[in-house]
Design a protein around this ligand. Structure first.
Ligand code: SF4
Length: 261
């Protein structure tokens, strides 16, 4: 039997980029110039440096303070979803079309967490269905999974108007839902997509360009391995960063003993 091993080096990058419909770029990609780093930090809301974000200090010490819901949430995803659909805990409920609970395999070994719904997600009630979602789906396939094999969720369940970054009070109100989802799904690994997801769950104000590519953990879920990486929306604007994301995803594949077909 073939040994389980994620594809590495140029061979792996070529396979990954073929899934993404890209040609193989100059492999001197991971080097990010100072001006590029600044651009990343100042990029799309939610992906930039959130050094202005107050460092969270909840009871768990590793994330935002829990909302009033902590400890009183349903013990199944089926029961939690309608609660989210009716939720009015923060101002985002006033402008949403649909709350976007999340979707996927309730026993997934791998979970992806993004920032929040955009216009397409708000309209459909499903996470990651726009252009960034299509790219995420191709990334998942490149890892050797089907989209339905993994679980996909967001930090906030309702779309911030104009796709702005969700405010701290909104993230604090919504995070108990995500924590409950993580606890119920109990994945082996979580990929945090972008600055908002990483900062919110890790309780760190570092920019995503510093956090990505380094294994970390959530204090409340010590058995789950966590990998921050760039958000697919960032990759749509900065295709060169796909090589870095592929390197990050390969680490995750290694954790999961994933063999590509
Ligand atoms: S964003 Fe979260 S906390 Fe706010 S209304 Fe939606 S589901 Fe409730």
């Amino acid at each position: 039997m073939k040994e389980s091993r994620p594809l590495e080096g140029r061979e792996g990058l070529e396979v990954y980029l073929r899934y993404l419909g890209e040609t193989v770029p100059d492999l001197a990609l991971p080097r990010v110039s100072a001006s590029k780093k600044k651009e990343e930090s100042a990029g799309r809301p939610g992906e930039g440096d959130m050094s202005t974000l107050k460092s969270p200090s909840g009871p768990s010490g590793g994330s935002f303070p829990g909302g009033a819901l902590t400890g009183s949430l349903p013990g199944s995803l089926e029961a939690l979803a309608p609660m989210v659909a009716e939720c009015r805990l923060c101002a985002l409920s006033a402008t949403r079309t649909h709350a976007v609970f999340g979707e996927g395999n309730p026993s997934a070994a791998l979970m992806f967490v993004g920032e929040g719904p955009g216009a397409d997600e708000d309209a459909s009630g499903r996470p990651f269905v726009g252009r960034a979602g299509e790219l995420l789906t191709r990334m998942i396939v490149a890892m050797g999974y089907r989209r339905e094999d993994v679980y996909i969720a967001n930090i906030v369940k309702c779309r911030p108007p104009g796709n702005r970054v969700p405010e701290e009070v909104e993230r604090a109100a919504c995070l108990p839902y995500l924590r409950q989802q993580i606890g119920l799904i109990a994945p082996k690994a979580i990929v945090l997509l972008g600055q908002t997801a990483a900062a919110s769950l890790l309780g760190r104000a570092d920019g995503i360009s510093r956090l990505r590519g380094r294994e970390t953990a959530l204090e409340a879920f010590p058995g789950i391995r966590v990998m921050p990486t760039y958000h697919p929306a960032y990759l749509l604007r900065n295709p060169a960063a796909k090589a870095q994301v592929w390197a990050d995803l390969q680490q995750v594949m290694g954790w999961l003993g994933k063999e590509r077909g």
